[in-house]
Design a protein around this ligand. Structure first.
Ligand code: FES
Length: 60
């Protein structure tokens, strides 16, 4: 069942030496794979939808 989940964090959380994804974009979830770099230029107050092909769009 598809879900829409909002994530506000733009980087991982280190737990016992492991980097845990908080952005929701990792393809190796729950571990960070560096995909959070795509979020670094997000503008405050906007909501983005990320597609599986790597593209994104602003959601109204
Ligand atoms: S925090 Fe999600 S990929 Fe790094």
């Amino acid at each position: 069942m598809p879900r829409i989940v909002k994530h506000d964090e733009k980087g991982p959380l280190e737990v016992n030496g492991k980097m845990i994804c908080q952005c929701g974009l990792s393809k190796n979830f729950p571990f960070c794979d560096g995909s959070h770099r795509k979020t670094l230029d997000e503008e405050p107050g906007k909501t983005y939808k990320y597609n599986t092909d790597g593209s994104r769009k602003v959601v109204e």
